[in-house]
Ligand binder design. Structure first.
Ligand SMILES: CC(C)(COP(=O)(O)OP(=O)(O)OC[C@H]1O[C@@H](n2cnc3c(N)ncnc32)[C@H](O)[C@@H]1OP(=O)(O)O)[C@@H](O)C(=O)NCCC(=O)NCCS
Length: 291
């Protein structure tokens, strides 16, 4: 059946379908209480992510087509010589037939020769198999989730709202991202902010983007600033609402300490896979979309 599958670059006209296929593949993996509702907002955000990567990395974005219908999506990006795998999904009816492997291959090849690579994996056995066999090192992860105990919020965090029009704030983002993973996130942050993400910075030391208290991306140059940013994000959570912190790798004990103090519960999460030289990956909470 995979002989009939055509692998081709993702084109601007494919954005909506490619997002829908990836969503159909990935949505069942989210715990129900944290799964975004597939409403207009989710659609707009998902499509904006696919369209953004198609623009920035046309050579890294691929689809699998069967009988004229897209059945698989694989999106990768390169930022300052670091390759990242952003989105990977095959329509559930077509799992386990080699479609994923076929569409993964050119997205992976896009990163050939780069200094390093990073993938935030799901716990799907086919995904983990593909990444490990492609030569990536597996870093085990935990996540933390639950209703925040607001009594634990520390007084007087130093983080303040950031502004992507402010050169100093952008320089803070560049510096922190390059410190943790060897490449800036600054060119991707707007995609979060236009869909309700809030940017907070500790000037010169780090930044976080969060959605209602849940960090989507955090990078800092020291644990103290990172902890401050995490608590500042938590402080923005709606009273009584739950928050989640995903892809916490070893070496980020500052996250564990804060999450336990906030009375969030730890559980296992999909591993992170890395290759090459990409920095300490700490203090860092990577972005699923932009790594
Ligand atoms: C992960 C995913 C994209 C892989 O696509 P796929 O078409 O199902 O995968 P393939 O058929 O190409 O299989 C890939 C490899 O895993 C193996 N495999 C497939 N399904 C498996 C399973 N359920 N258990 C164990 N191994 C499995 C295959 O044998 C193949 O290995 P091989 O080529 O060495 O024999 C797809 O299953 C999917 O969309 N899953 C849900 C979303 C997800 O987890 N995405 C990854 C995000 S990081």
């Amino acid at each position: 059946m995979t002989d009939d599958v055509i692998i081709r670059p993702l084109l601007p006209a494919d954005v909506d379908v490619a997002d829908a296929v990836a969503w159909a593949a990935l949505a069942p993996l989210w715990p129900e209480e944290f799964r975004p509702v597939n409403d207009e907002r989710r659609l707009a955000r998902g499509r904006a992510r696919v369209a953004h990567l198609q623009r920035t990395d046309p050579g890294g974005c691929w689809v699998a087509e069967l009988d004229g219908t897209i059945v698989g999506t694989a999106l990768s990006l390169i930022r300052e010589d670091v390759w990242g795998f952003s989105l990977f999904g095959v329509a559930p009816d077509h799992h386990g037939k080699g479609v994923g492997s076929k569409v993964f291959a050119p997205a992976l090849a896009y990163g050939d020769g780069t200094r390093g690579g990073i993938i935030l994996s799901s716990e799907h056995p086919a995904a983990m198999r593909r990444y490990a066999l492609a030569g990536f090192r597996l870093l085990p992860c935990v996540s933390a989730a639950g209703v925040l105990d607001r009594r634990a919020l520390p007084a007087g965090p130093q983080a303040r709202p950031g502004d992507l029009q402010d050169e100093e704030d952008v320089a803070t983002c560049d510096r922190a991202s390059r410190f943790v993973r060897g490449a800036s996130h600054a060119g991707d942050l707007e995609r979060y902010l236009e869909f309700g993400g809030e940017l907070l910075v500790v000037p010169g030391r780090g930044f976080v983007v969060h959605f209602e208290g849940a960090p989507a991306l955090l990078a800092a140059t020291d644990d103290e600033a990172a902890t401050d940013l995490l608590w500042s994000a938590f402080g923005a959570a709606p009273p009584g609402g739950s928050v989640h912190v995903d892809f916490i790798t070893a070496g980020n004990d500052w996250v564990i300490a804060a999450c336990l103090r906030a009375r969030l519960a730890l559980s296992t999460d999909g591993p992170v896979f890395v290759r090459g030289h990409i920095g300490p990956l700490a203090p860092y909470l990577p972005s699923g979309a932009y790594l």
